[in-house]
Design a protein around this ligand. Structure first.
Ligand code: NAI
Length: 390
């Protein structure tokens, strides 16, 4: 691979992205604002590659060759060594001012052909590109955590991104064995937007007393086929991270009630019960704690699952309606980025769009809340007795 890849930010995402590019034969330059962080990033890559060798997925020689292609750039050198790069992926702290300063510094040194990508989850590509002299070469390349494991990458072109640049980068990332989808430069892109009801509706049902945490998780796994229940998953992600994503999508969507965060989750966060990492969230993780027993009632479980699914399919339909992504990319994104058992549009077809619409209308009527408003596309599909083509 000829393209030299630069990665700025050597944390969880940056080190994972560096590993992906190294494994695919690139020379990679990795830096961070702090020396311990960049050294830790290098160790993370080395340890992860060693695990690949132990699992028999990589030879010892290939590992050594990959590590030989990794060049750690010490922070006091700035980004000057990045002048050699054909692609730089920024994966630093999620703050616009800090990202803008990084992009400006990069533009001072890189060649005219170099593409500048951001791994941002919540900032707009337009706002990052606007700080650059050449916004046409700035785009979003959004990996999922852990980057070496999850295949999905959302390719996001901002209003001023050259579409040819976006396509070229997408093809390069495809050649890394990733699955790329094209997403509009809108809050949450595809996955972080469409996945909101998975958490939000579970929290809402808990607040309404429909069922307890363990029962809702049991229903989503046993009846819905999801790998983890919503409360287990929130505890795993951490309430600090999960709550902030929800709040940022809600704010960026001008406070659309469909994305409104939950006070229950906010209180957990305020109490310092962040989930697994702090030993307690919705569940207790101290050794010896007795896990709560779900009520394994099929009828109740089906109600829970159908309500969340109706909201998820509605969100997917609305993303299609608003041209956030194609139907095929929407379904691919949810299966490859967050391991959903089926694409949501295909799942909607299977369950019956009319049934899902009835469910949403019943919830909207009962609660009087705009949160449950059906997507105009879902209504149109049902009226025309149509199915999603994915
Ligand atoms: P992290 O906290 O693990 O790593 C961020 C790194 O950036 C730290 O090592 C920090 O020292 C470094 N840094 C901060 N300011 C810097 C600067 N001015 N120059 C160079 N390095 C700097 O964070 P994480 O999770 O890796 O996130 C990085 C980016 O990736 C963020 O934009 C985040 O929104 C995005 N992202 C995170 C995902 C996740 O699940 N953690 C998933 C997808 C995207």
């Amino acid at each position: 691979m000829d393209t030299i890849v630069g990665v700025v930010g050597a944390g969880a995402m940056g080190s994972g992205i560096a590993q992906v590019a190294l494994t695919r034969g690139h020379r990679v330059l990795l830096t961070d604002a702090a020396l311990p962080a960049v050294l830790k990033g290098r160790d993370l890559v080395a340890d992860a590659l060693e695990r690949e060798v132990v699992k028999g997925r990589m030879t010892g020689e290939a590992k050594e060759a990959a590590l030989g292609r990794l060049q750690v750039v010490e922070p006091d050198r700035g980004v000057t060594p990045f002048r050699e790069c054909g692609l730089v992926i920024e994966a630093i702290v999620e703050r616009l001012d800090v990202k803008l300063a990084t992009f400006r510094a990069l533009e001072q040194v890189v060649s005219a052909e170099c593409v500048l990508a951001t791994n941002t989850s919540s900032l707009s590509i337009a706002s990052i590109g606007a700080s650059c002299r050449h916004p046409e070469r700035v785009l979003g390349v959004h990996f999922f955590n852990p980057a070496p494991v999850l295949p999905l990458v959302e390719i996001v072109a901002g209003v001023r991104t050259d579409p040819v640049v976006a396509e070229r980068v997408a093809r390069l990332v495809d050649s890394w064995g990733k699955v790329t989808v094209r997403a509009a430069d809108t809050p949450g892109f595809i996955v972080n937007r469409i996945a909101r009801p998975f958490y939000g509706e579970a929290l809402r049902m808990l607040e309404e007393g429909v069922a307890d945490v363990a029962t809702i998780d049991w229903a989503m796994k046993s009846i819905g086929g999801f790998r983890m229940g919503p409360f287990e998953l929130m505890d795993f992600i951490g309430h600090d991270v999960n709550y902030v994503v929800t709040e940022s999508v809600w704010t960026a969507m001008y406070f659309d009630p469909r994305y409104r965060p939950s006070l229950t989750q906010k209180r957990l966060l305020e109490a310092g019960l962040l989930g697994r990492k702090s030993g307690r969230g919705f569940y207790d993780y101290v050794p010896g704690a007795t896990p709560p027993e779900p009520v394994k009632d099929e009828t109740l479980g089906t109600i829970i699952f159908r309500r969340t699914l109706a909201m998820l399919v509605n969100e997917a339909a609305d993303a299609l309606y608003l041209r956030i992504a194609s139907a095929a990319d929407i379904d691919l994104a949810m299966t490859k980025g967050v391991n959903y058992p089926k694409g949501l549009l295909a799942w909607g077809n299977e369950i019956g769009l009319g049934k899902l619409l009835d469910h949403l209308e019943a919830l909207q009527c009962e609660t009087g809340e705009d949160r449950y408003r059906p997507s105009p596309l879902l209504r149109r599909m049902v009226r025309n007795d149509d199915r999603f083509v994915v």
